[in-house]
Design a protein around this ligand. Sequence first.
Ligand code: ADP
Length: 763
Amino acid sequence: MNKLLVLIINDMVIFPNNEVRIEYDNNYDKQMVEIVDMINDNLMLIVNPIDEDDISLTTFPKYGVLGRLKLKMNVPNGKTRIVIEGIERVKLSSIVEDGYHYKADYEQVTIESHEEEKTYFNIVVKSLETYITKVPYMSNAIMSQLNNVETLDELCDLVVSFLPIKYEEKKKYIVTPDPIERAKYLIEDMNKDLKLVELEQRIENEVERELDKTQKEYFLREKIKLMQKELGEGNNKETEIERLTKKVSKMKCNSKVKEKIKRELARYETINSYSPELGMVREYLDWMTNLPWNNYTKDTNNLAKVKEILDSSHYALDDVKDRVLEYLAVKQNTNNLRSPILCLVGPPGVGKTSLALSIAKSLNRASAKISVGGINDEAEIVGHRRTYIGANPGRIIQGIRKAGTTNPVFIIDEIDKMTKDIKGDPASSLLEVLDPEQNSKFSDHYIEEEFDLSKVMFIATANYVEQIPYELRDRLEIITISSYTEYEKLDIAKKHLIPKQLEEHGLTPLQVQISDESIMILIRNYTKEAGVRELERTIATLFRKIVKNILLSKDVFFYDIDEKLIEEHLGKKKYIYTENDKSKEIGVVNGMAYTVFGGDILPIEATLFKGKGDLILTGSLGEVMQESCHIALDYVKSNAKAFKIDNKLIEENDIHIHVPEGAVNKDGPSAGITITTTLISLFKGKCVEKDIAMTGEITLRGRVLGIGGLKEKIIGAHRANIKKVFIPKENSKDLDEIPEEIRNDLKFIMVNNYKDIYKALFK
Ligand code: ADP
């Protein structure tokens, strides 16, 4: 038989048929457990040394327990939690030292049956019954387990594992194989404890009469201290309890919460230091005592001041700021709890989060930010119940704790990116959080006590309005922030990003000068985005390199950033917008798209070859876009005569429509008129100028319907050097939103029916 590894335990006893959880943090044991985990059916020998300070081959006890490692997991505090099952009492022999560990042989302990066993069995059960009824801290859970016990040997092991006696006392039960001997020990130990309990009760009765309530508490506390000392439990817990008790007495929370904390604290005091429950209760207390139950900041009521701060932190966005101020004014004036929740919607990097943070600052409120993007489990919002392993409060309570006040500005990012699945619907949990009628009594599953969220100012952000869950959208006041034009980006860079980055890099405007042209190079050739986040990062990279150079070569103190220097530090240009009109082709027409980078042009290509009128579509087109292709082709077919197209050309060829870039998914109906124009260009063999772009949905009868995202698309088209755009007449109302410098630079042609486009391009 192979020798087994020996696990030496100095503070607890594992009995046969008993399962114990232990947490380790020392490396020696960790290493040992790792080995056991890998070998020998996870078996090991568990030994309680006679003298923990003198462990050697000669001082090992004769008996130990054969045990099996049932579970091993690493827990977050760097400890390892294991579950060990005791199998049977064994006799150890041939103990050897193997590296850092001990190994030993073992054999089963044979127990001779004895006539007196039955009598002892009955006496132990009876004593146990009396013991349980008299000793208040003894649970009667053990009684139900007695039914499964047949021999005195098993009975003794079961009862002693429940008995609250000292480790030193317990040890003797392992090294005593004779069950009758053990039964005697048990009866004696229970009797001793009973006498003690009776004595205590007598004292307590007397004391109760004499002492008033506070003194009694003091007495009990002292008693617990004594008991803990007796049990050898550390002082850490004691000081922790003292600290928490002091903290609770000063806490400004309602009495129900206070009571709950006190109750948990009392429980904490009584939990055995070895129990994994201790950590869980401590963590709970940590949360409860660190939540801002009643800690308000006072709002600034001066709207002019708020405006000043918003203006100084964010360029332009006048409409947005106005709407924010209106919202705040109404809220202040009516104190209406039912006012909707602000939701800032726009592409990434346009300042949604930073604006919300500025609102917090301007109102003199703390702020908290969470992101709900990608979450599919409502426990992320409302927490896990405490019984769950590794339970935590949800993100709302986590945010509140970070903010440290009861009324922060609470930013919920990416509410359009939540998903729904079997784990529940986080959107409906979020709805409860945002609903002023319910959120004063918000209940997190972990915290269990109600937390008042009604004074929190929630601000949500999203990229796409359409993707916000419908039920939430209803509660939101949507404020749209759209892409910035190049000129707006230039201004933001000059007034905000560059000064901010200079300061962050310890540079002065005298040391680093950067012309408008150079900033434009950064905007056009090094970034492609709707907002200014990448631009800010690019400026930061540039400055970082400059700081390094200044520090390394001590003779250059001054930098004038020009194209050459930019290329030197940031590498070759990443994005280059070519002049379009040089290479016009048959069967290629510019559409317009709205992507996460803001607007862009989207060329659509078509070609034909011998076949039988089939339509081939490529370029990751969504269902709606595929339908648009069919509608466009059918419209062209049915109007072939009017467009002077030879029907045979359509019938005797296959037609292939492709939208680059093939790997990017595209969908929506707004490419309808572009696809139609591409097909007509192809069939008529006529080019469409490359500085023309168009967007609009087409019906089978050739009507042109309105589309969304016009502003973004026009800004994108302008950036790509488009000069003339065809847009649906329905969208004329949106033209006001387009920045003037861009509107003046482009020619707009409003169309109601496709015939108008045909006339303008092909006649
Ligand atoms: P979003 O939340 O919309 O993705 P952020 O709020 O994170 O964007 O903004 C990214 C960066 O751009 C921030 O540093 C912010 O200060 C800056 N920024 C965006 N818009 C403006 C603006 N109008 N004026 C000044 N800085 C801006």
